[in-house]
Ligand binder design. Sequence first.
Ligand code: AMP
Ligand code: MG
Length: 342
Amino acid sequence: MDRIITRVLPADDESIRLGGEMIARGELVGFPTETVYGLGGNALSDRAVRDIFAAKGRPADNPLIVHVAKMEEADSLCFPTDLAKELMRAFWPGPLTLLMKKKPCVPDVTTASLDTVAVRCPMHPAALGLISAAGVPIAAPSGNLSGRPSPTRAAHMLEDMDGRIPLILDGGDCRVGVESTVLSVTGDEPVIFRPGGITREDIARVAGKCAVADSVMRPLKEGESAPSPGMKHRHYAPKGNMTVVEGADAEKVIRKLKELYDASKNACILCHTAHLKEFGARRVMDLGDSAEKTAHVLFAALREMDDEHISRILCEGWSENGVGLAVMNRMARAAAFDIVRV
Ligand code: AMP
Ligand code: MG
């Protein structure tokens, strides 16, 4: 891939207009959303979408999310059911991606030849401005190199995309910090394929029920087909060896974290704020005092583990309720499902 100069501009009216023009011309632009930074291109252009896959090194069988600025714009891309429309009204703009039967205008490269398309209306004003300025739906996966933690700051995106794309719009830290909830709404019961900022409980309140695909919290078995292609790819892998420790009894969790730390070299404990002082002289990092706070800081923390060359990462989990499910899904994947339940 030819190296190009990557500009980072504060996301303001002028840079958003410029970014929109670039996307309309078929170029790629990095942009902030409320979840993570996205790597955007014209979702209806075969070539732009191929360029997104190339810039990330993303496997071609892992489809992209198409971003729209208004609910009505989804109608040009797919066939939303009544339930899908109800969920759009309840949660858009916001961190909820809906999988719906696609219309022929969506190129096969965008959906990895599936007959469904993933559509989301983001909440971040810069993202909404960019989609409107481009005048086309924007296909955007997370703006990291494939296999790296998703970027939650423009600087993280630059680390991965410098020399690969012409522009990144800097809108500061992403509020949610983990990617959107991916929800299949083609049948009667909505099914979560990837947990995110809109929780199972939120969805069930509107839809009456909501299932979670069981492969969300376990590795796929040999030969098992994934309901969502993203489930089968390795994710968010830090360079160090990571273990997650989780349990209702904080004392037991702390004891286990100490034991694993003391048996390792060059380790770091990532724990809840309330437990920071429990670890004496051991190296610790703050994951915040709620699952929401952990979602906000987790990917930055994993990048820091790499930057500091930490070889053993010991991470305190959260119970799998609310946003805790999204946090545990990301931690589990980063740790290659090495979870100790005490
Ligand atoms: P990312 O764009 O990196 O946030 O990843 C998008 C996620 O949505 C991946 O896990 C994809 O596998 C998933 N996804 C996108 N489109 C579809 C689809 N049509 N069916 C199932 N999963 C999808
Ligand atoms: Mg991603």
